[in-house]
Write a protein that binds this ligand. Structure first.
Ligand code: AMP
Ligand code: MG
Length: 412
């Protein structure tokens, strides 16, 4: 079985994970989903020429010479349908969004006018035809595609969908995800504290990482390091679209995940990736389940989720932006590396006059979960790196937020 670098492993994963099906959701539950079908405009927007300003609808040729007094023939508000025609020497008071009346071809902002009475106004400024008029169909034309399939539904997109009355939407399904922790030493959240045990944090950190993608995972619990117990739990996990197993994937004598998972017919594609933290990372598939074997160390488990599981889940959900957003920051301190693996260093970001500065959050031990929990991002160190000086430009992958990008954004 091969030992892959980070990009090779990602390629294997993304080439393998199947796209999920499509389901219908209402607009109220559409945020964060991805459109499976294009959306067409159901009408022109605006539906007719409308005013872009509060002011007066005029015939531009009437105000070639200013100041010019005009008769006000009516008031037009948004939602009104004007029926009077603006004749020579006339205008109509008009509100933003209201239809331009017949005869008028431009709008003068209220700031450029002076009202003499409710029936007469002096226009102080000449304008060209079309001034401050939003033309029919300017924002969208009936029948045209306004949103492509593959569009991620953000709050703004929800607004566009409401505009075109798209009440029910075809979106990609979200995978059903199961999470399993393994290890005799693990202590359930609800058990009382036993100092000889290790609290199971991976189940919950992974749960939260999955939830952050809008998926509600199922926690299968803790399987002891026993082939039969492990088999029982793994079989349950294989009923889901995605199974995340943490711990037990190394080559220790009590690491039974590997033999058990292979016995159950999971086609394993790799067991090792050149990444720190996170070396033992396994990936495989059955016909219906994608399986990730994550390292037991709490930080390694979270980092491997970030780098490999998240892009896979996003791809399954139809997203085209699979990767966390990266930024360039200056390094706050010098640092040396042993080359050979792509490293992900937990950093905090501060902002100074020249941009972001990245500083390590402290211990980079793969058990130091606090330093992961407090990190703003992961600084990516390519595997051939030897040393960096303070002030050097480095790439940082942001850990929080909902901004994703299509390119991975760093060299491995
Ligand atoms: P393993 O990969 O099973 O060899 O585990 C590596 C380290 O991670 C050991 O110190 C485990 O105690 C720890 N570990 C494994 N699973 C978990 C978990 N679910 N929560 C917290 N720590 C864990
Ligand atoms: Mg273990």
């Amino acid at each position: 079985m091969e030992h892959l670098d980070v990009s090779e492993a990602l390629n294997v994963i993304l080439d393998s994970v199947p796209p999920l099906g499509v389901e219908i959701v209402t607009l109220v539950h559409a945020l964060g989903r991805v459109l499976a079908e294009p959306i067409n405009a159901n009408r022109d927007l605006p539906p007719f020429d409308v005013s872009a300003m509060d002011g007066f609808a005029v015939r531009s040729k009437d105000i070639a010479i200013v100041p010019m007094a005009l008769e006000i023939i009516e008031d037009i508000r948004a939602g009104d349908i004007p029926d009077k025609t603006v004749q020579q020497g006339q205008c109509a008071r008009i509100m933003t969004g209201a239809p331009i009346p017949p005869g008028a071809d431009a709008v003068i902002r209220i700031e450029d006018t002076q009202e003499l009475s409710t029936l007469s106004v002096v226009i102080g400024k000449g304008v060209k035809p079309g001034n401050d008029v939003r033309l029919q169909g300017e924002s969208m034309k009936e029948g045209e595609v306004v949103l492509d399939a593959g569009t991620e539904i953000t709050p703004g997109i929800v607004g566009v969908l409401a505009t075109v009355k798209a009440k029910n939407l075809a979106v990609y399904c979200r995978p059903r995800v199961a999470i399993l922790s393994t290890g005799n030493e693990l202590e359930e959240l609800h058990d009382s504290v036993d100092l000889s045990k290790v609290p199971d944090s991976n189940s919950y950190a992974l749960m939260a990482q999955v939830q952050a993608l809008g998926i509600e995972p199922v926690l299968l619990g803790i399987a002891r390091d026993d082939p039969f117990e492990l088999e029982h739990y793994l079989l349950r996990g294989l009923e889901y679209d995605v199974l995340l197993v943490s711990g037990g994937t190394s080559v220790g004598v009590h690491d039974y995940v590997r033999p058990t998972i292979e016995r159950l017919g999971v086609q394993m594609k790799f067991w090792r990736v050149a990444i720190r933290p996170g070396h033992p990372l396994a990936f495989g598939m059955t016909d219906s389940t994608t399986v990730f074997g994550l390292p037991g160390n709490p930080v390694s488990s979270m980092v491997c989720f970030e780098e490999f599981v998240m892009p896979a889940l996003r791809q399954m959900m139809g997203n085209s932006r699979l990767y966390r957003r990266t930024i360039i920051a200056r390094l706050g301190h010098s640092i040396k590396f042993q080359s050979g693996r792509t490293e992900f260093i937990r950093v905090n970001l501060t902002l100074d006059a020249s941009g972001y500065v990245a500083n390590s959050t402290g211990s980079q031990s793969s058990g130091a979960l606090i330093s992961m929990a407090k990190a703003d991002g992961l600084r990516v160190v390519p595997s051939n790196s030897i040393s960096f000086e303070a002030g050097e430009q480095v790439t940082v992958q942001l850990l929080d937020g909902t901004a994703f990008q299509s390119d991975i954004g760093f060299k491995v």
